[in-house]
Design a protein around this ligand. Sequence first.
Ligand SMILES: [Zn+2]
Length: 117
Amino acid sequence: MDTEQARARLQELLSELEGSVATLEHEGPVDDTDELSHYDQHPADAASTISEADRESALIDAARGQQEQVLAALARLDEGSYGRCVDCGAELGAERLEARPEAARCISCQTAAEGAR
Ligand SMILES: [Zn+2]
């Protein structure tokens, strides 16, 4: 595996994630206060505003979670353990790393970890 290529992909992913978190936070519910005064505030609007805020905060959480995984993957690159499952030590394989360069686990360990959550 080409670790320099993996590092470049991870760093690119990290800056993309930083960009999306910044965008989401900038467009977050705080900015809606000005706009709200232009709308009739009946309950349906209030409900959709809340779910929009929830959706954005879920997206921010997801992006932050992925950022942590990318940072952990960069740390594994430095340690030389990148590309192996953190649970069972199996090779992750080029295809999995292609799809998810920040992947920490093989598919079966990942499924088990998500099931245990
Ligand atoms: Zn595994």
